[in-house]
Design a protein around this ligand. Structure first.
Ligand SMILES: Cc1ncc(C[n+]2csc(CCOP(=O)(O)OP(=O)(O)O)c2C)c(N)n1
Ligand SMILES: [Mg+2]
Length: 226
């Protein structure tokens, strides 16, 4: 059974885990298939191998079906997408014309694709996109733009960083319209992420709460030195 037919309620079955409710209908204009996405990356790979791209490219592959489901069932054409250097599939699925995406890649801008008019922005910095995505979510909330959400895609190693903890903390604390998607390929460049971090749960900690008796610093009085 295709993954799309498996999606149920708040927790998505199959390999996608999401706390979100699925949409009633798709809003993206494209009907791209996994073959279309793969064909695009193949074309980029051939251009790269022919020396036509004088900059790094990070190709996507293996995640086509999951991204297609996410875009069809959760993400809206009007939403904002923030993502990493590995972004070609996302740009195509967010209705950015194939030729425009290819032109940017051929011009050497693969790892920081930027199409603000399509509400799409990528960063080559690991975790660098997080504060930007959170800031846009804050702006949407302040402007009461309830029809749009922010989607922020990051890698599994980026998800272990302090920047991700801060982004989640702030976005949760202020109830911002942002969804984080961790693209978990188990690898950070060529290091297995779990070999770096281990596979146990984060350590629990002890917290005690108290009301302070003194100001943060000194005594709360102006002192004149004689
Ligand atoms: C701030 C910063 N430090 C280091 C790098 C080099 N770098 C590029 S990708 C990467 C690993 C990221 O792994 P992950 O977040 O799992 O993403 P994936 O590439 O697997 O999609 C690193 C360290 C970078 N781009 N930016
Ligand atoms: Mg990874």
């Amino acid at each position: 059974m295709p993954l799309a037919e498996n999606l149920r309620g708040k927790l998505v079955a199959g390999d996608i885990r999401s706390p979100l409710r699925r949409r009633d209908h798709a809003t993206h204009r494209n009907e791209l298939t996994a073959e279309d996405l793969n064909g695009f990356e193949q074309e980029v790979a051939e251009a790269f191998n022919a020396g036509k791209i004088r900059a790094p490219v990070h190709l996507s592959g293996g995640n086509e079906e999951k991204l297609i489901d996410l875009f069809r069932l959760f993400i809206s054409h009007d939403d904002w997408i923030f993502c990493t250097y590995r972004n070609h599939h996302l740009a195509l699925l967010h209705d950015i014309p194939r030729e425009r995406v290819m032109d940017e890649i051929l011009a050497g801008r693969s790892q920081n694709l930027s199409f603000p008019e399509h509400r799409f922005l990528a960063s080559a910095m690991v975790g660098g996109i997080l504060p930007i995505a959170v800031g846009v979510a804050l702006a949407l909330k302040r402007k009461s733009e309830h029809s749009r959400n922010v989607w922020c895609f990051i890698g599994d190693m980026a998800a272990t960083t302090g920047a991700f903890a801060e982004a989640r903390y702030y976005a949760g604390g202020h109830d911002l319209p942002i969804n984080f998607v961790v693209e978990d390929n188990g690898m950070s460049c060529d290091s297995p992420t779990k070999a770096c971090w281990g596979s146990g749960l984060p350590k629990p900690f002890t917290r005690y709460v108290y009301e302070r008796r003194w100001p943060h610093i000194n005594t709360g009085k102006w002192i004149t030195f004689k």
